[in-house]
Design a protein around this ligand. Structure first.
Ligand code: HAM
Length: 419
């Protein structure tokens, strides 16, 4: 058979596993919905410049990983590689920043990065994200981190760590950057990395190679260069997290792969995912609005990876929610019964009882197999003889017990037994 396959680096979500994915997505969003975040949805593609300017010209995301296209009308677009720039663009465009602040938004959707596929790293993946726009308040940073931890905990996830850092602001970061550059220029590094020192030296700290990491041992630390305002801000975030019973680890090398961050940055890493261990991450981005041509709008947010959270739950052996079952399965024998039971199924559904039907004119044996496979609690079976008596057979698929019930009252009987 010569059919198509899903594109490289993507996978399909199909029942029954898709139910777990949906449940995880809902669980990640649930704490946001209880905390004043409103739902936002933006297009799957944007002007390519939104990301090159917002995420950063020198980042891997922009230089290597964006899916870009030119439309027939000549517009340069990119499939969204992340959500923050889009959400901020939408909020500015709708003038939300002129209303009460902060504007708190959450989102959920598909993102696209042309990365080398491996376990936990896909070219199409899903995030649940949150952005709080227009307030410089350590309690807002703490709120978001607490909500992410609560979301993971609600799923039963245990083996994850929270890494925390501050990247300073426009006062202290340039001083640190210069000190770091000076240190890095004295190291034995390849040409590409040497070029990176001049464009984005903080990214060098994130280099995963052993021979690079070894040389970074004596590098200047951002924590020693924070200005008083940034230090005070960071201390407050840390205190609020501690008071909320959140354990974190200081990681002065946590710079993240996007250029818009200032002050608070954080990442959630899971212990059993191999090299793609980040299940979520985020931080403060006080300068992004101005980078996009907007007003000053200090903001903070995060995005949690749905695909990797599902993998993390599996790795911990946590039972994932399975596909929703129907409560009733109808098995008609003969044309007259088909019509009568199709009517019963429609009535049940309208009354809020989940019900399914043996489609495709199956014989009794196959239809009963379908009924058992559906996980339904009850089967409603009817043949010509039952209908002649105005009756149907109601079978409890757990106990095996079977009783005759009047066709007229079967929907009411089922509703009573199930609800
Ligand atoms: P990010 O760290 O690039 O941040 O992505 C967040 C999460 O998305 C990651 O921790 C990971 O779980 C998931 N993820 C990223 N790339 C892939 C991939 N190729 N395959 C599977 N999962 C992936 C952001 O996107 C920022 N917008 C977060 C943010 C919001 N910062 C402030 N506000």
């Amino acid at each position: 058979m010569n059919t198509f396959s899903a594109p490289k680096g993507t996978y399909d979500l199909l029942p029954p596993e898709s139910a777990a994915f949906l449940a995880v997505r809902e669980a990640l969003a649930a704490p946001l919905k209880r905390s004043g975040y409103g739902y936002v949805e933006t297009p799957g593609f944007e002007d390519v410049k939104l990301f090159s300017r917002g995420v950063g010209e020198s980042t891997d995301i922009v230089t290597k990983e964006m899916y870009t296209l030119t439309t027939k009308g000549g517009d340069e677009l990119a499939l969204r590689p992340e959500g923050t720039a889009s959400v901020l663009r939408a909020a500015l465009e709708a003038n939300l920043h002129r209303g009460p602040l902060p504007v708190k938004l959450w989102y959920s959707g598909s993102y696209y990065r042309y990365e080398r596929p491996q376990a936990g790293r896909y070219r199409h993946f899903s995030q649940v994200g949150a952005e709080a726009l227009g307030a410089e308040d350590p309690a807002l940073d703490a709120e978001l981190i607490i909500l992410a931890v609560d979301a993971y905990r609600s799923l039963g996830l245990r083996d994850f760590r929270l890494l925390l850092n501050s990247l300073g602001d426009k006062e202290c970061r340039p001083v640190y950057r210069a000190a770091l550059q000076e240190y890095l220029r004295g190291l034995d590094l390849d040409e590409e990395t040497r070029a990176r020192i001049e464009i984005n030296p903080l990214r060098v700290l994130d280099d995963k190679r052993e021979q690079v990491q070894r040389q970074l041992a004596g590098a200047p630390r951002i924590s020693d260069h924070l200005c008083d305002a940034c230090r005070e801000y960071h201390d407050q975030v840390r205190e609020l997290l501690t008071a909320a019973d959140i354990t974190f680890e200081d990681d002065v090398k946590l710079v993240r792969g996007l250029d818009y961050y200032t002050r608070t940055t954080f990442e959630f890493v899971h212990g059993r995912l191999g090299s793609q261990s980040a299940v979520g991450g985020g931080g403060r981005y006080d300068g992004l609005s101005q980078m996009l041509g907007g007003p000053e709008l200090p903001s903070v947010g995060w995005a949690l990876g749905v695909d990797r959270t599902v993998l993390a739950l599996k790795a911990e052996g946590i039972e994932l929610p399975s596909a929703g079952r129907t409560d009733v399965f109808a098995v008609p024998l003969g044309e007259q019964a088909r019509r009568a039971l199709f009517g019963v199924v429609t009535e049940l559904r309208r009354q809020g009882v989940s019900a399914d039907f043996a489609f495709g004119g199956k014989g009794l044996k196959n239809a009963m197999k379908s009924a058992n496979r559906s996980g339904a609690r009850f089967a409603v079976i009817a043949g010509e003889r039952d209908l002649a008596d105005g009756e149907v057979q109601l079978k409890d698929l757990e106990s095996g017990e079977q009783t005759s019930v009047a066709l007229e009252t079967v929907a009411a009987t089922l509703r009573e037994r199930l609800l």
